[in-house]
Design a protein around this ligand. Structure first.
Ligand code: AMP
Length: 601
């Protein structure tokens, strides 16, 4: 990895936070953490160029938490995020880091959630607010959120906020924060407008960018599986089972707790697997590696640091069960296979929101990483049957089967059945506890790389943080056997002429009570709808802007919950009152827009 810092203790964090990190199994800081944490602890403003998966949340959250005075029940830090899912996720991360900080409260506030609940929670007092720009603006305007005691402000995924049309809101909020505070801005890319915001509102910021190391990894077959529709553990065992030339594997996860958990689960499924993490002393570590070499172990589940320098030629596969923090870690990990002139295989698990990291890795290694189709139940069965036949063939080649052949004939005669039936019974006995077929159904394949993060449910301050994958349920599902919103094959065309033509059959046109006279732009409408109803911006169809109202096309079959959320939504402070559009356009004339190319997320 890029960083030479191996321990959180070297970064200047307090004992209480160090204890928490050890408890949740963070073994060493990721590169972005190693670089950002000391700078933020020193009080500097910071621009961090980092994407999801790099560990950026802890990079800003940990220093920010060191500044919090728990006795003062006023917001001391504000984190702005582009989406409610991210707001919840960041709030959960902070809550988990606050394990040993009694009385600490973090509150996510986002569109779509009832104001009553939020007002109650705000009144109770939170130390950190994590919110989407629109809702934070609303609360500032209503004076239900007071930033007088603000010490830290974080703009997370600033480029996403720009893309979703929130940058004016972000600036509006920045204008209203107290003079004296630290600001950290994180963004995967640095478009001109973000740079301008940084120049205007950050004071002598330190800029931190994680290097994308380039490397050639010629002898290694690289594939990825998009995490979806099936639990990662089930997918892993399926994949390992059908992989050709499987001999031994190193599986990489992020935390030491995860090494132990996964090792236990694989062992329970019959694999010779063990954990390798920083808690093992040198002797134990060497023992595990020796066992992998000798074949006493087939799978080692490791953290990055623990796996450094492992050289075991029989490692045929490296599995990135958790995506690495950066390209250098990736190259390092996959270098554990394909050793001593053999070909290696690298399998990468990528959650939908980690797609950007996948592309970064491809660029850095200058090689495409091919998608891997998850083996079906039939594939696994075929492989098991082939292996079984292979074993039988081996035994058939061996000497001395006469004794057993005789027993088979006797059974057939005594039972008055054919030898085939006897053989079938023997196969059944041989496979007892190791079925050749897997029960159940194959999961339905999902389209690649949709943002499928789960809708909000954090809300309550004492809800348990979720550390695992954020689930695979799309946030906006169709009813019955209607397709899910995100699975529409026929997407709305955004570049059609948007006059008063009828919307396509899978789109419904709605009217909203905001228009040009309210200073509203298309991006405001897209941003509000995307956030409040959880509809991805690219599924929002044509928008017609009039003087006093506007029309917007949305996919048909909108669930009641989303429709209700949209009825209450405000744009520029005005309730939009969304309803199906039956009337004629108003007199102000329609302005037409090409749909902005909102990037896929
Ligand atoms: P982020 O890039 O902030 O979304 O973090 C991605 C994932 O990495 C989250 O699941 C974090 O809990 C995890 N993570 C962050 N930092 C560390 C660390 N130093 N050690 C292990 N896991 C980490």
């Amino acid at each position: 990895m890029t960083t030479s810092v191996d321990s959180f203790a070297d970064l200047g964090l307090s004992d209480s936070l160090l204890k928490t990190l050890a408890e949740i199994g963070y073994e060493s800081p990721s590169p972005i953490q190693a670089e950002c944490i000391p700078v933020l602890l020193e009080g500097h403003d910071l621009i961090g160029m980092a994407q999801t998966g790099t560990g950026k949340t802890a990079a800003f959250a940990l220093p920010l938490m060191e500044q919090i005075d728990v006795r003062l029940t006023k917001p001391q830090a504000l984190i702005l995020t582009p989406t409610r899912e991210l707001a919840i996720q960041v709030a959960e991360a902070l809550q988990s880091y606050a394990k040993n900080l009694p009385g600490f409260h973090v509150l996510p506030i986002y569109g779509g959630q009832s104001y009553t609940i939020q007002l109650k929670q705000l009144a109770r007092g939170a130390h950190v607010i994590v919110g989407t720009p629109g809702r934070v603006m609303d609360h500032l305007e209503r004076k239900t959120l007071n930033l007088d005691c603000l010490k830290t402000m974080v703009l997370d995924e600033a480029d996403e906020m720009l893309r979703m049309g929130f940058i004016d809101d972000v600036e509006w909020i920045l204008e209203r924060t107290p003079e004296q505070h630290q600001t950290a801005l994180f963004s995967a890319t640095m478009p001109e407008q973000i740079r301008r915001v940084a120049q205007k509102y950050l004071v002598e910021p330190r800029e931190i960018k994680i290097k994308a190391a380039t490397a050639t990894v010629a002898a290694i077959r690289q594939v990825y599986w998009q995490v979806s529709g099936m639990h990662k553990l089930d997918a892993l065992t399926r994949i390992l089972e059908v992989e050709e030339d499987f001999d031994a594997a190193i599986i990489f996860v992020r935390t030491k707790n995860a090494t132990v958990e996964l090792a236990d689960k694989l062992a329970a499924r019959g694999y010779a697997a063990a954990a390798l993490n920083g808690d093992l002393n040198q002797q134990m570590r060497e023992r595990v590696i020796e066992q992998l070499k000798s074949g006493a172990l087939d799978i080692v589940i490791a953290t990055d640091v623990a796996a450094r320098g492992i050289d075991v030629p029989r490692v045929s596969h490296v599995v990135n069960y958790d995506i690495p923090y950066d390209t250098e870690a990736y190259v390092h990990r996959i270098g554990r296979t394909g050793r001593a002139g053999r070909t290696g295989n690298a399998i990468l698990f990528v959650a939908p929101r980690e797609i950007r990291m996948l592309r970064t890795i491809e660029r850095a290694t200058r090689q495409p990483i091919a998608p891997l189709t998850l083996p079906s139940r039939a594939d696994v069965t075929n492989k098991r049957v082939a292996d079984f036949k292979g074993k039988v063939a081996e035994v058939l080649n061996a000497e001395g089967l006469d004794f057993f052949a005789n027993i088979v004939s006797q059974i057939a005669e005594e039972q008055d059945i054919g030898v085939e039936e006897v053989a079938a019974a023997l196969c059944q006995m041989a496979q007892e506890g190791k079925p050749l077929q897997i029960p159940g159904e194959d999961p339905v394949a999902r389209p690649a790389f949709r943002d499928e993060r789960r809708p909000a449910s954090f809300g309550e301050r004492d809800s348990k943080p979720r550390f695992e994958d954020r689930g695979e349920r799309p946030r906006f599902e169709g009813r019955g056997d209607k397709p899910r919103f995100e699975e529409r094959s026929e997407r709305p065309r955004f570049d059609d002429k948007p006059k008063r033509s009828a919307p396509s059959s899978d789109m419904v046109r709605y009217r909203i009570d905001v228009g040009r006279d309210h200073g509203v732009q298309v991006k405001d409408i897209v941003g509000a709808i995307a956030n409040e109803a959880g509809i991805e911006s690219r599924f929002i169809g044509r928008i017609g802007l009039y003087d006093e109202s506007s029309t917007v096309e949305l996919p048909a079959g909108m669930p009641a919950e989303a429709a209700n959320a949209l009825k209450r939504t405000r744009v520029r402070g005005v309730p939009i009152n969304l309803r199906p559009d039956e009337g004629r356009p108003d007199a102000g004339g329609e302005r037409t827009f090409k749909k902005k190319p909102y990037a896929e997320r």
